[in-house]
Ligand binder design. Structure first.
Ligand SMILES: Cc1cc2nc3c(=O)[nH]c(=O)nc-3n(C[C@H](O)[C@H](O)[C@H](O)COP(=O)(O)OP(=O)(O)OC[C@H]3O[C@@H](n4cnc5c(N)ncnc54)[C@H](O)[C@@H]3O)c2cc1C
Length: 439
């Protein structure tokens, strides 16, 4: 044991998996969550994005199974649909439909509330973890050396309380609580990179039509930059339903009325998805979520960053959800935290915290570098374009072209997109030479 108590602020995806990791290192792990956590899968206020599609990439899926053995079984029992990338998803990308091929990369598809509920249930079996819902973090307090030592919180309508902590994980989501706290209470600005993506997601659940009941198959239409700004996904989820998510950017907004929503699907670059779903009955209302920007907060560049404080998940970086990286990034950061804590007998807890920050930022950097290639392909995307952007975009186009006739390269792309390998795997000199020769 490295200490008496670790506190995790936020019971979203990052907070839950962080708690699953910490239980092996602290006598007690306390998770503070402001929402009332429902006793069944249900959308909730603190996660306003949870009505939208939430795909767990294979890198994340592996991490969740590692921390919560039985995770895949729990999802399957909740009715999640297994899907093999490449084989069970009809993919339109780069202006054409890709022929199906097996990749062996199987993930489960379900709504976000089912996913979160499954992890929460697995966490609730861990003896030394206490999950306090309706409990809002109010303040972080430091000792005279500038290390986090206590938090102030409030349960329901009760009086504020104080709890001491040997380690605090801040997993409060996109708003960047730590950055706001450092700015407001300590006058220290956290440097950040942002990229204006002006994206709107619009989703609904549909009852699968009779030919597709009990069948696990999905459709995805990815837009070709820079002219096409519309995309769509239709994938199976629990309850023999589909989730259909349409997105638009830079002023293109999918309508929220059923007729307009379906008509928008019919205007995608490939209409197969619309043709499959157009007769389906809506199981839920249609809801939208706007994502004006991606943001990456460089906590590692803050001089004298408070000790014993671990930001994790969206508080570090919030991405363009089209690449579906957010939950997997949080999960990989939780595994990085575990590695660092395992080393703490050598480095001490403070050393482990420092080592984590470097690893967490490297994970965010990999995810960001993939995401910015998608977004900066649009001239309307706002942000500082990296010097090597044109070269990386050209390399990406050439490698994707090579992949059209090369199953191995296509498999490699799937692995990178699933966060099983770093983006640098697509920049190996021999691969680029082969791609270059073809273009
Ligand atoms: C439209 C959209 C679609 C997405 N699709 C995907 C996808 O397909 N795949 C993917 O991997 N990711 C996707 N994401 C990203 C994903 O939602 C996030 O990456 C993920 O939820 C991050 O987890 P987190 O724990 O950092 O934050 P969250 O899951 O947002 O959790 C933060 C938690 O903190 C709680 N909280 C906030 N303030 C307080 C407080 N003061 N005290 C106590 N509790 C508090 C909240 O109630 C919440 O429970 C999508 C995001 C959006 C916006």
């Amino acid at each position: 044991m490295l200490g008496e108590r670790a506190i995790v602020a936020g019971a979203g995806i990052g907070g839950l998996i962080a708690a699953g990791v910490l239980k092996d290192f602290f006598a007690e792990v306390v998770v503070l969550e402001k929402d009332a956590l429902p006793p069944q899968p249900q959308q909730r206020k603190g996660v306003p994005q949870d009505g939208q599609i939430h795909v767990v990439l294979k890198g994340g899926d592996n991490a969740f199974e590692d921390v919560f053995p039985g995770f895949r079984e729990a999802l399957a029992a909740a009715g999640a649909a297994p899907l093999e990338f490449g084989k069970d998803i009809h993919a339109y990308e780069g202006g054409r439909v890709h022929s199906p091929r097996s990749t062996g990369i199987v993930v489960h598809s379900q709504t976000r509330p089912v996913f979160e509920f499954a992890i929460r249930s697995l966490l609730s079996r861990m003896q030394n973890v206490r999950l306090l819902d309706r409990t809002r973090l109010l303040a972080i307090q430091c000792d005279p050396n500038g290390a986090v030592s206590r938090v102030k919180f409030k349960r329901g309508d009760g009086e504020p309380e104080i709890l001491e902590a040997d380690l605090l994980i801040e997993a409060l989501g996109r708003g960047g609580y730590t950055a706001r706290w450092l700015d407001k209470d300590h006058g220290r600005e956290v440097p950040f990179t942002e990229l204006g993506i002006d994206l709107v997601y619009t989703s609904a659940l549909l009852h699968r039509t009779p030919p597709w009941r009990g069948r696990n198959y999905g459709w995805i239409v990815r837009p070709s930059a820079p002219h096409d700004t519309k995309s769509g996904v239709l994938i199976p989820v629990e309850g023999d339903r589909w989730i259909m998510t349409l997105s638009g950017r830079f002023g293109e907004v999918p309508p929220e009325d059923p007729a307009g929503f379906m008509a928008y699907a019919g205007r995608l670059a490939c209409t197969d998805l619309h043709d499959v779903a157009r007769e389906a009955e809506f199981a839920t209302p249609i809801t939208s979520y706007r994502i004006p920007r991606m943001i990456w907060r460089h906590y590692d560049r803050v001089p004298d960053f408070p000790g014993r404080l671990i930001p994790l998940g969206d508080t570090i970086a919030g991405f363009n959800p089209l690449a579906a990286q957010g939950m997997s990034m949080a999960a990989l950061q939780a595994l990085a935290l575990r590695d660092c804590l395992r080393d703490a007998s050598r480095t001490g807890l403070d050393g482990a915290v420092g080592a984590y920050m470097a690893k967490a930022m490297a994970i965010a950097a990999d995810a960001w570098s993939l995401g910015e290639l998608i977004d900066f392909a649009y001239p309307q995307a706002r942000g500082v374009r990296p010097d090597d952007l044109a070269q990386r975009l050209a390399e990406r186009t050439a490698v994707f072209k090579l992949a059209a006739g090369d199953a191995e390269v296509r498999g490699l792309i799937f692995e990178v997109q699933n966060m099983l390998r770093p983006p640098s795997a697509l920049q190996q000199p021999d691969l680029l030479a082969r791609a270059d020769a073809l273009s």
